[in-house]
Design a protein around this ligand. Structure first.
Ligand SMILES: Nc1nc2c(c(=O)[nH]1)N[C@H]1C(S)=C(S)[C@@H](COP(=O)(O)O)O[C@H]1N2
Ligand SMILES: [Mo]
Length: 411
């Protein structure tokens, strides 16, 4: 198989490169194909063109399915450790759904806008595509992301397990403000009730201010139509707020005068505090960051140069600063942020580092433009206790052992 040859070739070349680099010259690299006496794979005719692209067979990054008794009330986690840049490929966007992924024919799908409006309206997908659209980059993060960090660190927890319920896409759709202007909002209106077309009819109350500010009904994701798991053909996209409120398979926006106190804002998606009260409507996702390389489960090849890289984001605006510690939190250095730094989107940070081979702990903390600082796990628990499930944005530590192994640790 050509693939096998290439694999061997790559391994040989890499060893060759390292040896050459050690000698201070690249001239020692010998093409392994030539050594094996075969035609170089690059000179044989390659595969033909095709109607829809596939990734290389050598690429293995996969979403990881979270355990659940029911496939239809499940989720999957984005492999952040394998991603470059800031956009999550649609095929690797995490999934969370409470009643399975409905199979919706877009020509039959309708969005109803009714309630406290002058003119109730029904939109087909064709209607929506004729309307003024915008394209923006936003993350979607489940408020349950980081739930594992309420417990003391299990050493084998990796970035996918602890942070994989956040993804970032370029979304295209119509601002809700445009739809509501068409319908004419009455003066007594204060909330929207958004309803999905899946079997559970997932429903959330949305404050009208946020709906009119930057909320979209989105039909596009990373240049294509939404993926079925992301709400095809239409979803609500409420930037920066907990993922649950971005209702997928959106079929109705009802304009109302108060919150409808649905299951998702009472028995679920509230945060039990140490005094026994539950915080409600904790919408915005807090400032957060994580080093994705090196991260848990990876292994440093040896001492020397190693660029540290990760993702930071905040549901309250832009990332202002990311600080990285390479000594377990004793000192912090500002990392470089990759431009453009977009509000309510994943931001890539990088710090050049030289590992001296001794055991140490890496960590990152995000500071957003509102001054919100990502807390240590101890500081978060001092305020929140350990009885809540959602909105854990604690700092993540990665211990580097002397043999280069990387594992989860609390800082
Ligand atoms: N209709 C509907 N919308 C939904 C859900 C659902 O189960 N049904 N799950 C919510 C939850 S809990 C989250 S975190 C996000 C996840 O969006 P994603 O699957 O596109 O990542 O969708 C939200 N919208
Ligand atoms: Mo969620």
């Amino acid at each position: 198989m050509p693939g096998e040859e290439t694999r061997t070739g790559t391994a040989h070349s890499r060893r060759g490169f390292l040896k050459a680099a050690a000698l201070g010259s690249a001239a020692a690299v010998v093409a392994p194909e030539t050594a094996a006496g075969q035609a170089p794979p690059g000179r044989r005719l390659g595969a033909g063109v095709g109607p829809y692209g596939e990734r290389s067979g050598f690429e293995t990054a996969l979403r990881r399915v979270r355990g659940s008794r029911y496939d239809q009330a499940a989720g999957s986690l984005t492999p952040l450790q394998d991603l470059n840049g800031t956009i999550t490929p649609s095929a690797l966007h995490f999934e969370r759904h409470h009643a399975g992924i409905p199979d919706i024919d877009p020509s039959a799908h309708r969005l109803l806008v009714d309630g406290l409006v002058d003119r109730p309206l029904v939109f087909s997908m064709d209607d929506l595509r004729r309307m003024p659209a915008v394209t923006r980059v936003y993350f979607v993060e489940c408020s349950g992301n980081g739930r594992v960090k309420w417990s003391p660190a299990a050493p084998d927890t990796d970035v996918q397990a602890a942070f994989g319920m956040t993804s970032c896409s370029e979304w295209t759709g119509v601002p809700v403000s445009v739809l509501l202007r068409e319908a004419g909002v009455r003066s007594d209106a204060a909330w929207l009730v958004a309803e999905g077309a899946d079997a559970c009819r997932m429903t959330r109350s949305v404050p009208l201010d946020k709906a009119l500010d930057d909320t979209l009904v989105a039909y596009g994701q990373n240049g294509e139509a939404l993926r079925p798991a992301q709400g095809y053909p239409l979803r609500l996209l409420i930037p920066g707020w907990e993922g649950n409120i971005s209702i997928k398979w959106l079929r109705r926006l009802r304009v109302v005068d108060r919150s409808y106190l649905t299951r998702e804002e009472t028995s679920k998606y509230t945060d039990l505090m140490p005094n026994g009260e539950a915080r409600q409507y904790t919408f915005a996702m807090d400032a957060k960051s994580v080093i994705t390389r090196p991260s848990g489960g990876q292994r440093l090849a040896g001492p020397g140069f190693q660029q540290i890289s990760g993702l930071a984001w905040s549901g309250r605006g832009r990332v202002a600063r990311v600080e990285v510690s390479t000594d377990g939190g004793r000192s912090w250095t500002a990392a470089r942020l990759q431009d453009p730094v977009l509000p309510l989107a994943h931001t890539r940070f990088r710090l050049d580092w030289r590992w001296n081979g001794s055991e140490t702990v890496l960590a990152s903390r995000c500071i957003d433009e509102t001054g919100d600082v990502q807390p240590t796990r101890a500081a978060l628990i001092a305020v929140r206790g350990t009885r809540s499930s959602y909105h854990n944005n604690a700092i993540q530590g990665w211990r580097i052992a002397r043999d280069g192994a990387v594992e989860n640790v609390d800082v």
